[in-house]
Ligand binder design. Structure first.
Ligand code: SF4
Length: 420
């Protein structure tokens, strides 16, 4: 069969969901030939097999693997549905299965997602969309993140884009990094103009945000420096932020330090609120890897709550601490684990825990062989689907680029549910 070039392909491998890739399919092999990045290249290039399910480490038919998985879930008092790296249809199916079995749902990036959710629930926030950033931002502050480590094409697609809807010259955009140890190379403007780097200690970002807010409000401050940065420098930064016409303050909760990173997020959101007294600013939480935004969105629109939700009481029960994967496995409360990772074959389930069922990309390696491993297709490569972009305002369609015969997560979960 001759190779085929697929144009305007949507990439499912990070929350940006770039929709301009060219991918060549040659039988089962996919190669990105235009518009990608190192992350997408690795994602599309990964082999499509082996596709055979394993039960207790030995080959099994899909029918037998589904039957064994159903048996484990039937016997469990509290099954945990973790990982959740899947598309909209997969999340709908896992919610239906959790409802049927009284299970708990948590995403593999549930901890960092929670930092954002807690901050938003506690005090609200003003955030923007990727389209607004691309078309309107004149100042971009990256707090504690370089963005490109997790979203390689962030600057290419959103910051140094050659055209905007309203004729703004993106080359004049001002980039500010807050934090040490960041890769600031992508923040150089097309003409070579370097970004501003304010090397504050990343663990003290929340305090720095609070001081900037105090400076903007004209409050007297007695200290000479904070987090390794002179107050004079912070005062200069506050003035530059205030002079923006449409500023954007971005952070990645996964890059923030500490168990209470939600307080840092809240301080950043409060800084945005303060800046809006005199000009226009918005926050931009970065993330959405491994279908994290999709999992949160589908869970919210189906159950009324964000993750982490349990169905053991016969109704959706939101408890982000009691229903955390780590807590449920450490206490032994969860007596079965169904782990889903349809995008990343490196994202294996925790090594220790109860009997485990894995629905994952072919070729996953395990520290402890799961009771059941069913290789599944990747949405956007092996089957069609939909994913929610990281700003939660767009759901993008994904196409099938090859015919591997691998089942989707939704197919397998629906089969398990019928077997119960
Ligand atoms: S930046 Fe993200 S969505 Fe875009 S091509 Fe790279 S991995 Fe894919």
């Amino acid at each position: 069969m001759p190779s085929t070039a697929h144009h305007d392909v949507t990439c499912p491998f990070c929350g940006l969901l770039c929709d301009d890739l060219t991918v060549v399919s040659d039988a089962d092999q996919l190669t990105v030939s235009g518009g990608g990045c190192a992350r997408s290249d690795a994602g599309f290039d990964a082999p499509a097999g082996p596709a055979e399910p394993l039960v207790d480490g030995g080959p099994a038919s899909l029918h037998d693997a589904v039957a064994r998985a159903a048996g484990i879930l039937r016997a469990a008092a509290l099954p945990l549905y973790g990982g959740l790296g899947t598309d909209v249809a997969g999340m709908r199916a896992v919610l239906a299965l959790a409802d049927r079995t009284g299970g708990v749902l948590d995403h593999m990036h549930g901890e960092s997602t929670l930092h954002n959710v807690l901050a938003m629930q506690d005090a609200g926030w003003m955030i923007t969309t990727l389209t607004e950033v691309r078309n309107r931002a004149d100042v971009l502050v990256l707090a504690g993140t370089d963005a490109t480590g997790r979203i390689p094409r962030f600057f290419e697609r959103l910051v140094w884009n050659p055209e905007t809807l309203f004729g703004q010259s993106t080359a004049a955009r001002e980039i500010v990094y807050l934090g040490t140890g960041l890769d600031t190379s992508a923040g150089h403007a097309p003409d070579g103009r370097p970004p501003t780097v304010v090397p504050c200690e990343r663990a003290r970002l929340g305090e720095v945000a609070a001081v900037l807010r105090a400076l903007l409000a004209g409050r007297p401050l007695r200290r000479a420096s904070l987090g390794g940065v002179a107050l004079e420098e912070l005062a200069g930064l506050a003035a530059r932020l205030q002079a923006a016409r449409y500023g954007v303050l971005a952070w990645s909760a996964a890059d923030l330090d500490g168990a209470h990173a939600d307080l840092t997020v809240q301080a950043l959101a409060e800084l945005v609120r303060e800046l809006n007294r005199t000009t226009r600013w918005a926050g931009l939480p970065l993330g959405g890897e491994d279908g994290a935004t999709t999992a949160a969105q589908v869970c919210t629109w189906q159950s009324g709550y964000p993750l982490r939700v349990g169905f053991g009481r016969g109704y959706p029960d939101y408890d982000p601490w009691r229903h955390a994967t780590g807590a449920l496995l450490a206490s032994g409360t969860a007596d079965a684990l169904l782990w889903i990772s349809a995008f990343d074959r490196e994202a294996a389930p925790p090594a220790a825990g109860p009997p485990t069922i894995v629905l994952g990309r072919p070729g996953m390696a395990f520290a402890r062989p799961p009771a059941v491993y069913i290789p599944v297709g990747t949405p956007g490569l092996d089957h069609a689907g939909q994913l929610c972009r990281m700003d939660s305002v767009v759901t993008l369609p994904l196409r099938a680029l090859r015919a591997t015969g691998l089942p989707s997560v939704a197919d397998v979960l629906d089969a398990i549910r019928r077997e119960l």
